[in-house]
Design a protein around this ligand. Structure first.
Ligand code: FES
Length: 368
């Protein structure tokens, strides 16, 4: 007995209106194309992480997945040249009395070409050793024509203090030295389109934000993030970085996977003008949403107020301030002490609990 399962998709004339469309048959998603006068159908579920192929676009005879641009041939379901072993099932079609029919029993099988995982995708395991601290400078400047940055200076002082007096390993990353793309909003297509490692990091091996991901997720126990104040907000590179860190936070939402476990975050905020508390509030909120711990008094900051436009004096003030340098040293001391407590297992659970606003996926689903 034939196990074909022909289903009528409807009259061909309206179906001709779109060269690519998604059609649901029960719970099964099809990507149906009308190209060069003929209808074809393949599975509407991408091999990568399940993107909706029928909502993509056509590049010649290839369907381009709308999530991360993988391509599959509209007739054969095979991946693009070089990736033919990555194939989605194809379905036979026929036209009967002006209606398009599709055989829901696939004519070919889904095949997955093994892809070497990105190095960042490895299991998150802390290697033995002393506490490790990464300082992240978010200050933007012309590297060929450098200037004195007050937030950088205090960050450098904090790191040097940690190295000299706290017996820990340190690393400094200046975002200004890295070439990395803006977040391109994969999450806005679907929470599942925002992947770990970041979709951009996986697609673009020249993108250098992998250094930040490596330090935050796999290496450091303590993060000290420094920022200038720009029009009452953190610097633009800070925002460029944290938008890309959605890939870390999103793992909590979609996979109940807390990548930043037993990590401590603290902050250095300086600006010629004010709004320190608003800048600090954003930074505290963001890093706590990722599961980070904060030491008591988790930031140091300095500004001389709204009308202090005499920036040379501001720079000189920070250069001369023993109090700010002592504050930076104390901040790093508090952060490292908390990290040591966490690593010794004397505080909190062995596994960071899922929490925060993003913890209730079922509630979110219930509202849809
Ligand atoms: S390319 Fe299709 S889900 Fe990523």
């Amino acid at each position: 007995m034939s196990d074909e399962k022909w289903v009528n998709l409807g009259a061909i004339e309206p179906l001709k209106a779109q060269s690519l469309q998604e059609i649901m048959v029960g719970k099964i998603k099809l990507a149906v194309t009308f190209l060069n006068g003929s209808f074809n159908a393949v599975s509407g579920v991408c091999n990568h992480v399940g993107g909706p192929l029928g909502k993509g676009r056509l590049d010649g005879e290839y369907i381009v997945c709308p999530w991360h641009n993988w391509k599959f041939h509209c007739r054969t379901g095979l991946g693009e040249p070089g990736y033919e072993e990555d194939a989605v099932p194809r379905h036979d079609t026929k036209i009967v009395n002006g209606d398009l029919w599709v055989n829901m029993k696939p004519a070919s099988k889904r095949m997955r070409k093994p892809h070497a995982p990105h190095p960042l995708a490895r299991k998150v395991e802390r290697n033995d050793g002393p506490v490790r601290l990464v300082g992240i400078s978010t200050t933007a400047m012309d590297a060929a024509n450098p200037r004195y940055s007050t937030s950088d200076a205090l960050l450098e002082y904090a790191i040097q203090h940690a190295k000299d007096h706290l017996g820990i390993e340190t690393r400094l990353i200046r975002l200004n030295d890295l070439k990395f793309r803006h977040c391109e909003g994969y999450y806005s297509k679907s929470s599942h389109a925002c992947t770990w490692p970041c979709s951009i990091t996986q697609m673009d091996r020249t993108d250098q934000l992998d250094q930040v991901y490596e330090a935050l997720v796999h290496w450091a126990d303590v993060f000290i993030v420094s920022t200038p104040i720009r029009w009452g907000s953190a610097g633009s590179l800070y925002y460029k970085m944290i938008e890309r860190m959605n890939s870390i936070q999103n793992q909590i939402t979609i996979a109940n996977r807390v990548l930043l476990h037993r990590k401590v975050a603290a902050f250095i905020i300086t600006g010629g003008q004010d709004n320190i508390q608003a800048v600090a509030g954003q930074m505290l909120g963001f890093f706590s949403e990722l599961g980070c711990h904060m030491p008591p008094f988790p930031y140091i900051a300095h500004s001389r107020g709204w009308s202090a436009e005499d920036m040379e004096r501001n720079v000189q003030y920070v250069m001369d301030s023993t109090e700010l340098r002592d504050g930076a040293a104390d901040l790093v001391g508090r952060a490292v002490e908390l990290a040591r407590t966490l690593l010794a297992g004397e505080h909190g659970q062995a596994r960071t609990t899922r929490g925060g606003r993003k913890a209730h996926q079922l509630d979110v689903k219930a509202q849809i």
